[in-house]
Design a protein. Sequence first.
Length: 300
Amino acid sequence: MARIILFLSVWGGLWLIAGCHPRERDQAYTQSIEKWHKAREERLTRRDGWLSLAGLFWLKEGQNTFGSDKENDIVFPAKAPALIGKFILTHGKVRAVIQDKVPVFTNSTIVHTLLLKSDADGSPTVLKCGTLSWYVIKRGDRYLIRLKDSANPNISRFKGIARYPVDKKWRVRAFLQPYDPPKKIAIANVLGQLSEEPCPGALIFKINDKEYRLDPIAEAGSDELFLIFSDETSGRTTYGAGRFLDIKRPDSSGYTYIDFNKAYNPPCAFSDFATCPLPPRQNHLPLKISAGEKDYDHHP
């Protein structure tokens, strides 16, 4: 039950302060994490969520035929038409040319030929045929086709993600020590590529009175910082290639909170068709972070 505390002010009035019992605050915190995780699982199981991934295909310069026929340069699942058309990659521009009478749509408009935006251009152009959808992604200086299937069995097989019990001790206050000037850090991905990502400073925090630091990524247009980290649970009880965290940008005094209860698996934990970034060497924590999501055990 909430407690009401009255204080006599120096001006003779009363200050009214509403407070909660610590146990109630802990319950409210746990409920907030559960709500966050439920929303996270709902995003995963959407018809176009990460569990819908069904293919990943490199584009070569020039023509790339695609469809379910094995003679195509890019072979889609058997449910697709034998020949859907071709992608034409020319100096960083990708055009789709669709075969006559093949029902391919974008935003309910049938497609015959169309210049495609990639994910590097903001929202990519999504093409659909039946339960399949696909679009262009750019990684480094190369282009790929990402294929999704809204009827992917991985969606119906999903039974949730095992997690550590919620524990408020894993929500730690951190200070962002700015890099002057801001620097870029090298981030590798599972494709073996390297990219340089903007890092505004080091997040410094303590666990059990010992100091640690992590380098976050400041993604353009985001009001959050992105963390890719590993720890002594990685490859044991949690995903071997590390986990992700999103945290609020620091306040005016330079402080924020890292909540390891919200540590989550990268898309690669659910599919072989993702292109996940990997933790930089300096973002390995030499302790067990027994919080957040554990490894996903339904990955085929």
